[in-house]
Design a protein. Sequence first.
Length: 231
Amino acid sequence: MTEIRKTALVIGASRTLGLGLAAEYLRRGWDVIGTVRGGRRTGLHDLADASAGRLTVETLEMTDPQQIAALGERLAPRSLDLLFVNAAITRGDLPIGEVPTGMFTEVMVTNALGPMRVVEVLGPLVAPAGTIGVMSSDQGSITLNTDGGQDLYRASKSALNQLMRCYAARHATGTRTLLLMDPGWVRTELGGPDADLSVEESIPGVAETIEQHRGKPGLHFVDHQGQVVPW
């Protein structure tokens, strides 16, 4: 009997954490669909070329609702075992009173509204026993914020967490696993060169934590080591 491979859709997979997650699921024997913003070749394209057809690259600008809807229509015949949304930007460490309105809007749309639009539109493609995950951060934890700083980024991740909680409440009788994932402090453009972890150190733990929570309905806020992150 031919084994049916599982399918993961990784939103925002052109580089660093998203690209690492796509590669990790290929290593685990899954089929992977990864999205990139249009207009240029990325590491995901190189990974697809070496994947023997197991990785498909789709184009998506996550801040554009029409593009999200179009992707949903293209993928409608598919059944996903995992939808994972990876997106985050920061625009510097400014006190909130100094943040321009345009910057505030850009970060909130990219880090909170865009990911939730993806979850709302593409979530129904996930199998009833599947998983919907969103890349969050411990900087979105109100409990852990004892030092301040990064006001806008923290606020955007807290907003994302709250919106996922709203989504979970509206789907309280659902059977899908819902995850807010803290990957740890990772050496990316966002995390900076002094961060504790490389992508290669973070991502296998992210994937393993996702696997450990498979079949556990409801919303979980956890890190790459499987530990619960306080709200």
